[in-house]
Design a protein around this ligand. Structure first.
Ligand code: FES
Length: 320
């Protein structure tokens, strides 16, 4: 997928569900069914501002059986490069948007004997659609949702209405914490664990799973890195013979796209590996922020994920 393939949608409804999170309902302007998806999928929302185009990934949280509309939730980020502010401040009911086709990088494992889902904060969103897939099925599941307080717990009523016996809520404000080791050490054979939330939260679950001897094949996580800002740098695109400047608050991928060069992508969050680009020359340091390349690949300096990573170099040449 690259910048060319999008679906037109119109904002059907907007709801402020917590002090920081807005919930959006998106539908076809012609009332057509939207493309099918499965729980855990995300879409890239294209936000065309005056100065720049943002393309951010958001998990679909609506029931996969309902293709009349998609639902997404967006947390307002203080450190936003502009995407979350655009969604919160610029969109109104009736606003037109483009989205990319849904992609699932966080699907439920089909052969799992049990699904153990662990969410932190806004990381609840992919699980809402997955719960719709699981509801009424034969595979046991449970969801553990850690959140700042009841006021910040998005979609609590939805969870409590449908999934009460499967859902465990933990409020930081009441000093309730998930005992990751305790939880992971008592699961039956064949359980798969899924975690989504802030980086530190995911890291603690992954550490606990490692410590409890979980096979990596049974541990799934999703975290789209918010691309960091950084120093301005220049890049030369060897095949398209372009020299571009990457501004402080723009990603390398956005700068390449703004120069009219298409790079394939799926997640734009350093997860999928689709945007991987070959580095031909670099006289400085590549700043890798992705979750895809191995430590050895990062140290090798031969490849970069332009959706999140940057460089501190005077001379950087990519094979694009
Ligand atoms: S688009 Fe997925 S890693 Fe860059």
């Amino acid at each position: 997928m690259s910048g060319g393939q999008t679906i037109e949608v119109v904002v059907k409804a907007i709801e402020q569900v917590t002090p920081l999170i807005k919930h959006f309902q998106l539908a076809s302007p012609r009332g057509e069914a939207l493309p099918a998806f499965s729980g855990g999928s995300h879409v890239i929302v294209v936000m065309r501002g005056e100065a720049r185009v943002h393309r951010n990934p958001y998990s679909l949280l609506s029931a996969p059986q309902n293709l009349d509309s998609y639902e997404i939730a967006v947390r307002r980020m203080d450190e936003s490069r502009g995407g979350s502010h655009f969604m919160h401040d610029r969109l109104r009911v009736g606003s037109q948007l483009e989205i990319a086709h849904p992609v699932n990088l966080f699907g439920l494992d089909k052969i799992a004997r049990k699904h153990l889902m662990i969410a932190g904060g806004i990381g609840i969103t992919p699980f809402l659609a997955q719960l719709e897939d699981l509801h009424g099925g034969l595979v046991p599941y449970e969801l553990h949702y850690s959140v700042r307080s009841a006021e910040h717990a998005a979609f609590l009523a939805r969870l409590q209405a449908r999934e009460q016996e499967h859902v465990h809520i933990y409020y930081d404000s009441e000093n309730q914490v998930i005992d990751f080791e305790g939880l992971l050490s008592k699961q039956p054979l064949g359980t798969h664990v899924y975690v989504c939330g802030p980086a530190g939260f995911i890291g603690r679950v992954l550490d606990a799973a490692r410590g409890c001897g979980w096979s990596p094949s049974h541990v799934h996580w999703e975290q789209f890195s918010a691309p960091p800002t950084g120093d301005v740098f220049q890049v030369q695109l060897a095949r398209s013979m372009k020299k571009i400047v990457v501004p402080q608050d723009s990603t390398l991928l956005e700068a390449i796209e703004a120069a009219g060069v298409d790079v394939p992508y799926l997640c734009r969050g350093g997860v999928c590996g689709f945007c991987q680009s070959k580095v031909i020359e670099c006289d400085g340091e590549l700043l890798h922020y992705d979750h895809f390349l191995s430590d050895a690949e990062k140290a090798g300096g031969k490849t970069i994920m332009p959706c999140v990573s940057r460089a501190r170099a005077n001379h950087l040449v990519l094979d694009l």
